[in-house]
Every structure is written in structure tokens, then in C-alpha cells.
Ligand binder design. Sequence first.
Ligand SMILES: Cc1cc2nc3c(=O)[nH]c(=O)nc-3n(C[C@H](O)[C@H](O)[C@H](O)COP(=O)(O)O)c2cc1C
Length: 377
Amino acid sequence: MQLALTINDLRTLARRRIPREIFDYIDRGSYDEVTLAANRSAFDRYALRQRVLVDVSHRDLASQMLGESVSLPLAFGPTGLTGLFHADGEIHACRAAHKAGVPYCLSTASICSIEDVRAAVERPFWFQLYIMRDRGFVASLVERAKVAGCPVLVVAVDLAAHGQRHHDLRNGLSVPPRLTVSNLFGMLARPVWMAKILLGKRKTFGNFTGHMNIGTDVGAISHWINSQFDSSLSWKDLEWLRSIWPGKLVVKGIMDAEDARQAVALGADAVVVSNHGGRQLDGAPASLDALPAIVEKLQGSASVFLDGGVRSGQDIVKALALGADGCWLGRALLYGLAADGEKGVTRAIDIVRGELDTTLALMGRTSARALDRSMLI
Ligand SMILES: Cc1cc2nc3c(=O)[nH]c(=O)nc-3n(C[C@H](O)[C@H](O)[C@H](O)COP(=O)(O)O)c2cc1C
């Protein structure tokens, strides 16, 4: 792989390696992409406090997330269709994350199923659940996550309706991807991707295929999934989920302090301050801007993670200084995966780790666990 020094270098490589419709699916946001942009620019409004002549020769990036020791305060957040970015993408992503000592969270909308990934990696991963209309199917997914030994269930609650991504519609993105007249040249220009994905065996929603009573027809499955997003979801459903899931429960997609309080009151062990990476409510604030009020409201009663716009170790320092217990990364690691599979994810994590380590040193700090607001200007 060409030398990638930044997450943006990996993004450039990814753009070259995968077809445009897949790249856009990863990269873009909903509607006018106001929130997508805000997630990034919020980080730029904070400057880091430079302190000198402190002995920083021994630095420690390690932390804890939901009872697990992690080598740095970072997790690979749940992302759908990841097995279309690289063949068996979820397996490669999970292996890279685990080797780096950070958690991997598999999405309900993955290409490789829970069982595929469990069989291919050494230890259990986290699982992200969408609560769909068919609660029987949801309960069966929860059961499958239990059988796979997943210690953490992450319920994403910010999908009461689909935020429209104009590019996906214009590009005619479909699952599995199809060769069409308009995308033919783009796909032919990426022969490695094409051979592995279009001719490979896993290219549709692995957690659904063969697990419902509607057969294996891909069109029927996609239709069923789209019809399953449930706008009637309410706090009662969270109570129900808490009653059937004995492990750690994380509520993802919280942007409001009162919602965070309610989630924790109903038994959540953590919340993820998230606007789905600017892919849902366009016009929502940056997740970094929503973070401080949520941290203050929860007063340490549950862990608070942040995702959205994190592209560097410096970004992680800012989120930790504003009270996050860790950051979940989406696109930053997906660019690595699309650029070069497991090696690309490893490279992405190494880039962020190096930046975090150097940033701490130059701020006169030795631990990623001991940052506070006073470190920001
Ligand atoms: C391509 C892609 C697919 C995603 N799919 C899911 C998903 O299936 N479930 C989910 O909870 N969040 C999903 N997300 C949201 C991420 O978990 C996360 O909130 C977001 O990517 C964070 O923003 P960032 O990409 O700027 O780091 C997805 C994000 C991307 C970029």
C-alpha cells in the first residue's frame, strides 16, 4: 500500500480502490450535509493547551471500556454493508481491531453474519441491534448475539425514519451491487474489488438471509428490511430490550441530555453521543457540541462515548477533555478497510495511536485517562 500518513491519505486510497457508489455510501451524509460538516468543524473550534518541561517519557494510552481493557480509548463503531467495502470486510475489520486491542462492534446490517464473524475471529465482538417491527426476529438476533458470546449490545435509536442521502439515490446504490450501464466503467476500473465482491459469495445482508420466512431472494429480503424500520419505537422498547439482554447495554444515537438521563434510568450502561455521522437528522448539532451537557447530566452514572467526525488522535484528545470516556470511529477506519482490508484498518488505528501519543506528550500529559476541560482553549 502507498504510504498513508493520515486518515485523509487512506480516504484518497479508498476512493481509488472501490466504485464511486460504494465510496459515496461511506463518505457522504444526509440532505445538505450540514451536520456532516459540523461534526468536523466542531473539533477545529478547540485548541490544545501546550505545556512544556514535564517528564512525559512514560506515556499510557490504555483505558477501560465497558469493563474491557483497551489499548487506547477507541472502538470500531457499527457500520452496515462493511463487507462490500472489502470482501469479508467485517471479519478483516474485527481482526484488525482485536489485534490492536480495541473493541469491534458488528452492525445488524452487516454483510458477514454474526456467526460468520464469530467463526473467523478469536474472541467475541460487540453487536449493534436495530429494533425492527418484527420483534420475534429482533429477539432471535439478541439470542444469536448471546450464543456468539457478545458481551455488549448496542441499540441504535436514531433511525425513526431514514435520513435521505441524495448520492445513494442518484448513484442507484443497491445491495448486492449490480453492474449497470452507468456504473460499468467505474467497476471495470476496479477489477480487484469487482472480482472479490461481485463474484464473491457474501454480498448481501448476512444476518437476515436464511433467518426469515421469506426465502433467500435478495430483492425480497431488501424490501423486508426496509419495511422493518419502526417509527413507533419508544422507551418501552428499551425497557423490553433491557429485560431480555443480561450483558452490557449501550444506547447509541443520543444527542440530548434528558434522553441520556432516561436511557440510563432504564438500565443503559453507556450512551454514545452520536448523530449517526451526519447520516440521519441533518441540522442536528455536531456530536462534540452535544457532549458536554450529556456528560454533566449523567455525572458519571454511565459511560459516555462519542462518535462523529473523529479523524485523528488530536480529535480524540479533544473529546476526552470534554468528558468522553472514549471515541467510536466510523469512516476513519472504513477508509482504511476500503484501502487495504485488515492491513488498512491496522494502519488507520496506528495513525490515530501515533497522533494521540505525540499529542499527549506535547501537551505535557502522560495519560489519556487524565484529561479535562482545562487542557482546551
Ligand atoms: C458507511 C456507514 C454505515 C453505517 N452503518 C451503521 C449501522 O449499521 N448501524 C449504526 O448504528 N450506525 C451506523 N453508522 C454510523 C456509525 O456507527 C457512526 O455513528 C458514524 O460513522 C460516526 O461518524 P464518523 O463516520 O464521522 O466517525 C454507519 C456509518 C457509516 C459511515
